[in-house]
Design a protein around this ligand. Structure first.
Ligand code: NDP
Length: 419
């Protein structure tokens, strides 16, 4: 029996909400609140008669802490699931603290305006001290640790697939497969084809920022930063086949470097086709990925937001996308004095996801873990005052929930390694 407030009603939230409604003995009441209330109403209507979960909807601007506080105080949820954008992480955390409610999200904080001088000064200091230049990092949300501890509240950060499930895979490997993990390679392969020359699988602004940034990895206690897409490898993915993949900076490396004792190297690779990379380079060269507003015919326009308006809505890719995703982690390390390797991953079929929830696998592989993370919190398995990432909790019940709710794990004890 629980009341949950979901903020956001985009691609990921719509999957998470539908999956919450499949577990209607736990998610008994749910309020869907977002900037565009019509989207919340449409989803509530789609679910009518298909679940026992009692659904209400609300309009909220999650950039406004006061609006959030009013909504939370009115609805009185046990948990707030932030599935809006990373820009809203801090305002929603503030509102949860003010109202005494547990919090979770699927991606770590980054500012909408990266030219804001106040943010920029802190960012530039962090780049020098930490050694990586991504706009997003955990420092902003880790700064809330003491506040959540003192309030007796839990904040669960980054509970999608990557970040999220990938960290649970690391915790699982450490618990069951290794005495010491030496290296972790996180491999994110999307073998899906939507038939467009160029489209992003989730929010274009967030996606394009992520992949146009310098890559970086963790090695021997420090970050190594490289130019965007400078390290390329080929890998033969189970049920997908050979794909080119590129080393990217990714947020879970930052927390895993602290939580996996003695780990020597952590890298993250994502697959991209040549057409995607050519389009992205061109858009970047002409300034379309910029977040700095320009004045066009008397109107202020942010180039990347204008581009978002031109690109296909990621939610519309569902019916067109065919193929599979394969996301997981390859480990090397030691067990009982012997060297060993281990690969744990999930394969997810775009069309199967579409048949079940009307979304492609990228939203599905993020929305299901968000729901399973909420399930862990609501059933008391992942409740501990403070601010935590997924690998800091027991991976076993979470992976069991993922097996049950649509993202079963596969294992390989003799995987091909990435050089
Ligand atoms: P979408 O753009 O599809 O959806 C975002 C939703 O948030 C929309 O409903 C939007 O409303 C709403 N929203 C945006 N700003 C506000 C605001 N100020 N107040 C209230 N609502 C707001 O994004 P996705 O569903 O693709 O992504 C959701 C989250 O999941 C993101 O944080 C993303 O980074 C993360 N993600 C995590 C992954 C992982 O594996 N961990 C993978 C993929 C995504 P409106 O409809 O009005 O625009």
């Amino acid at each position: 029996m629980s009341r949950v407030l979901v903020i956001g009603c985009g691609g990921v939230a719509s999957v998470a909400i539908q999956k919450c409604c499949q577990a209607d003995t736990v998610f008994t009441e749910l309020c869907i609140a977002s900037r565009t209330k019509e989207k919340c109403d449409a989803l509530a209507l789609k679910l009518e008669g298909k679940t026992k979960t009692v659904i209400t909807t609300a309009k909220v601007d999650a950039d406004d802490v006061n609006q959030l506080i009013q909504l939370i105080n009115n609805y009185k949820p046990d948990l707030v699931m932030n599935i809006a954008l990373p820009y809203q992480d801090l305002t929603i955390m503030d509102a949860c603290l003010a109202c005494g409610v547990n919090y979770m999200d699927t991606a770590n904080y980054e500012p909408e305006d990266t030219d804001d001088p106040k943010w920029r000064a802190i960012y530039e200091k962090r780049c020098k001290e930490a050694g990586f230049s991504a706009y997003f990092d955990y420092s902003w949300q880790w700064a809330y640790r003491k506040k959540f501890e003192e309030a007796g509240l839990t904040a669960l950060l980054g509970c999608g697939f990557d970040p999220g499930v990938t960290q649970a895979y690391c915790a699982y490997a450490l618990k069951h497969e290794f005495d010491q993990i030496d290296t972790i390679d996180i491999l994110d392969c999307n073998g899906g084809d939507h038939g467009y020359a160029f489209a992003t699988n989730f929010n274009p602004e967030i996606n394009l920022r992520e992949v146009s940034a310098p890559g970086s990895y963790w090695e021997n206690g420090h970050w190594v930063e490289i130019p965007p897409m400078a390290i390329k490898r080929e890998y033969d993915f189970d049920q997908v086949g050979d794909k080119d993949m590129y080393l990217l900076h990714h947020e879970e490396i930052e927390s895993l470097a602290q939580t996996i004792p003695g780990v020597k190297r952590i890298r993250f690779f994502m697959t991209f086709g040549q057409s995607y990379l050519d389009h992205m380079r061109c858009l970047e060269d002409v300034g379309m990925l910029s977040t700095t507003p320009i004045n066009y015919n008397g109107q202020e326009i942010v180039p990347i937001q204008f581009l978002k308006a031109l690109l296909p809505d990621p939610a519309s890719l569902g019916p067109r996308t065919k193929g599979k995703t394969n996301i997981g982690c390859i480990f090397t390390g030691v067990k009982d004095g012997k060297d060993k390797t281990y690969y744990i991953y999930n394969v997810c079929d775009h069309q199967e996801c579409y048949k079940e929830v009307g979304s492609q696998a990228i939203s599905y592989t993020t929305g299901v873990p968000a729901m399973c993370g909420a399930l862990m919190m609501l059933t008391g398995k992942w409740i501990r005052p403070g601010v935590y990432t997924v690998e800091e909790f027991d991976p076993d019940p979470f992976l069991e929930a993922l097996d049950k709710y649509g993202l079963p794990r596969s294992e390989n004890h003799d995987p091909e390694l990435v050089d």
